[in-house]
Design a protein around this ligand. Sequence first.
Ligand code: AMP
Length: 489
Amino acid sequence: MAGLGEGLDGFRDDRFHEECGVFGIFGHREAATLTALGLHALQHRGQEAAGIVSFDDEARQFCAERRLGLVGDHFNQEQVISRLKGDVAIGHVRYATAGDTIMRNVQPLFAEISLGGLAVAHNGNLTNAATLRRELVTRGAIFQSTSDTEVMIHLVATSRFRTFADCFADALRHVEGAYSLVLLTPDLMMGIRDPLGVRPLIIGSLDGATILASETCALDIIGAEFVRDVAPGEMVLVTREGMRSLFPFAPAPRRFCIFEYVYFARPDSLVEGMSVYEARKRIGRELAREAPADIDLVIPVPDSGVPAALGFAEGLGVPFDLGIIRNHYVGRTFIEPTDQIRHFGVKLKHNANRHVLRGKRIALVDDSIVRGTTSLKIVNMVREAGAREVHMRVASPPTIKSCYYGVDTPEDAELMASRFSLEEMRRRLGVDSLAFVTIDGLYRAMGEPARNSERPQFCDACFTGDYPIPLTDRLGKRETQLSLLDEGT
Ligand code: AMP
């Protein structure tokens, strides 16, 4: 789910600020505890806030607990979990920039609509939320949060259909963007993936209970079995009678987010039937084929660069070693809200392992370069530690475009590869050589012969600028600016 910014009108900023993880379990007496554990395994998808909503069938009421901070900081306490009664629960972890971290945006969002109570957890980002919201506000809708998820809830609330499933199918036909949703009503848990299947959502099972989660690592933590991925455009309905599926949208070509494989998903997850860890290793091997280097050691930038570095080392037949040690008590560097802190954050997070690096010709392998802050710090660090030559290898193509479908990335103008040529980047980073895996190399690592430019097999907009879903809000903004300019002249 995404924040629509915090201007007075709530529209100042149509960019999402979030990456999220969702989880739901139907029919288990430890529902809340299992949800907390599942969210803990999904913590990498969002660290700023967490929430769980359960339904207590005996009292016929919903119970909700939402907190800012990590899952383990709040949902390990008996008094919090014990308030979440019932054998069904859904949960959400979210990342938001500081300005957006306000309690009313913390999910699952809850609403009472004419059909009854409804809780929604959303991973992804709607690209026409601001446009829809403006229309809804004009018609008298009152919003409590600045999140795009609430726009969806309003559309559901005003739908004329008679069941939750039909209302959602109706509402979502107006929505553009990426969404993997888990929702809960008094008698139903639903999982929905957008027609292109940009964000992941999987089904699991434990002791006869049905589970929905962003990634399979959330099943492993509770010893649940992986059943299958929710298909793009599929609506999974879980009730006391069992599970059934609806496909309410026009079929569309599948465009799963390739960046989930590059960086976002956990390496121990199976995503769309493919091991994230193996995929990353294969990217490393492609990189070794495409951009070999004459070096003594392959050094990963931990943790996200490790599998690709292993593949790169294997591909080159060069030893792999840990030349940088990561402090695990610091969150992801990127999460820090200001440039100054992010800058400082890298020092907090990584340290050079001097005796490994001294006098060596090394290849540093990271999964991606976004602003370039991490790479610059790491390169300086390994040089100071005595590395003789530093060759940087990146296990994704240059990130040239911002994501509008649920991965938090800076505006294009802040992306290093959008601002500078390869040679200019090399010079600025102070490395002896710099290479990125090509887009076809990345696709080969995904088991495809190459990127099909007519019909790309993944969403790779951050690397190609090919956005598969219209960016209506952004377009609207530009048109508004243009018309303002026209008026002024
Ligand atoms: P930067 O320092 O801005 O170049 O960011 C690159 C580093 O951040 C790499 O080491 C990546 O592992 C990591 N990274 C890439 N994309 C993201 C993201 N969307 N959220 C958090 N971290 C990221």
